[in-house]
Design a protein around this ligand. Structure first.
Ligand SMILES: [Zn+2]
Length: 316
């Protein structure tokens, strides 16, 4: 009986220690110091073209806010999405990322088993099948970055132009690029990458930019910290309807609202340069306060996409 009691108490103490660690790590990075925004060039939004947005949810998951944002609650559920965003544009339709592709099962096998719980998802549909169903032809794919949950579906679109940054592409080929962030088999054989070079034209708070169709409707900007060459994408439907897709700078909109990092362990696993990332989060946080009319959308925040028309393979 005594032995049983000892084991029981030890288990309780270990569980309490684990809970204590999880909660204390949660406080790290919950407030990032403010730094003044230097550049701010407000663009003129032209609305000559009729463009529209759709979202395809390729996979989804549920987690607790505490595991996706520093300072988040462990009693609040968050819905996670892996999405492809489709921009219909008269000069050619564009897809942002692509969510998880047809070979998602193979890809996920390459994540070490002890890290799988951090990245668990339920697969729903590949973007390629949904686009085929609606007869939407894509002209090019723009990657916010090359992490496995964003780049996997490029293999489903043979010979499709894929846009990324040189810094991202070069790093993705090095030995440092490994699971759980990068999975090389997803992109090493592809010859369809176009490496963009930003022009020195300031755009909003960014000192460099790249206007895809030179019409102000889709404008790329460099984002620092999460990966060596992340890209942020402004989509301007009209003067009043504007979106800013920020990739994985934060996983949840609350990260921008409260200016906070991801949960400490998650950040260790996926963020490239936490100091630069903190600065980027804070800049976007200040920008969001100046421009509440622009919808800021982190890739994985289900709620942030609310109101954008969804395309599905089967009726929901
Ligand atoms: Zn991601």
């Amino acid at each position: 009986m005594k032995k049983f009691l000892k084991i029981f108490l030890s288990v309780i103490i270990i569980i309490m220690l684990i809970i204590f660690c999880i909660i204390s790590l949660n406080g790290i990075g919950k407030e990032i110091p403010n730094e003044k925004i230097i550049h701010h060039t407000e663009p003129e939004i032209k609305t000559n073209h009729k463009i529209s947005l759709n979202v395809i949810e390729t996979a989804f998951g549920r987690t607790l806010e505490g595991f996706v944002r520093a300072g988040g609650s462990f009693f609040k559920e968050k819905l996670i999405s892996h999405n492809a965003v489709v921009i219909k544009h008269p000069k050619g339709n564009i897809m942002i990322d692509g969510g998880l592709g047809m070979r998602e099962g193979q890809d996920f096998k390459q994540i070490p088993f002890y890290l799988k719980p951090f990245f668990y998802y339920k697969f729903k549909q590949p973007a390629k099948d949904v686009l085929d169903k609606y007869n939407i032809k894509i002209n090019k794919i723009i990657l916010t970055h090359m992490h496995w949950d964003h780049v996997g579906s490029i293999r489903d679109f043979e010979s499709m132009e894929v846009i990324t940054r040189k810094e991202e592409f070069e790093f993705a080929k090095t030995e440092k690029a490994e699971p759980p962030a990068y999975i090389k088999s997803q992109y090493l054989d592809s010859e369809n990458f176009t490496l963009i070079e930003f022009s020195n034209i300031p755009y909003e708070i960014f000192s460099k930019s790249f206007d895809i169709y030179n019409d102000g409707s889709i404008v790329l900007v460099p984002l620092e910290g999460h990966s060596p060459g992340s890209i942020g994408i402004f989509v301007n439907i009209s003067q009043k309807e504007r979106y800013f897709f920020i990739g994985d700078i934060t996983w949840m909109l609350e990260g921008i609202i409260y200016s906070s990092h991801k949960y400490y362990i998650s950040s260790l696993l996926v963020d490239f340069n936490k100091e630069n990332l903190g600065k980027e989060i804070n800049r976007i946080h200040q920008f969001a306060k100046l421009h509440p009319e622009i919808r800021i959308i982190p890739s994985h925040d289900f709620v942030a996409y609310w109101g954008i028309e969804r395309l599905n393979l089967f009726d929901q």
